[in-house]
Design a protein around this ligand. Structure first.
Ligand SMILES: [Zn+2]
Length: 143
């Protein structure tokens, strides 16, 4: 087994740097404003090469989820969940829901990105959005 590893391409490093700073950022197309995920050299909508890295709003909606009962990595002991969330800016990102679980279906639940240290690196996760202050917990939220 072993620890989970980041997948690094030629274009990913600024995203991982932003996550390390707890300010998840992605490329925004300078010509049509489409947000790119995964990071890449060209806009999938208008084919522009121009883009700027900007922090995301941090808001997302759960599209799908699964709970794993088998261990694949030393740093993810079972059971743990994976969620596919659609971020407010459009792209779909896979993360982990931490904290309280939704009552009933998870699909459609509003979440926000939070950050937690996984060994040597910072990793994003999501938690349910609350109206008002969140009580307890040691997770840190984006500024
Ligand atoms: Zn574009």
């Amino acid at each position: 087994m072993g620890l989970s590893q980041r997948v690094l391409t030629l274009y990913d490093q600024p995203m991982w740097d932003s996550i390390e700073q707890q300010r998840f950022a992605l490329q925004h197309c300078d010509d049509c404003a489409t947000v790119r995920y995964p990071p890449g050299p060209i806009c999938p909508h208008c084919l522009s090469l121009a883009a700027s890295w900007k922090p995301l709003s941090g808001r997302a909606t759960i599209l799908s989820w699964v709970v794993f009962h088998r261990q694949y990595f030393d740093d993810f002991p079972p059971p743990y969940n994976s969620v596919a969330v659609q971020i407010a800016e459009g792209p779909i990102v896979v993360s982990n829901l931490i904290g309280d679980e939704p009552d009933g279906s998870w699909i459609g639940a509003e979440v926000e990105f939070v950050y937690r240290r996984q060994g040597e690196r910072m990793q994003h996760a999501v938690r349910l959005l609350r109206s008002g202050p969140v009580a307890g917990g040691s997770d840190q939220t984006a500024p």
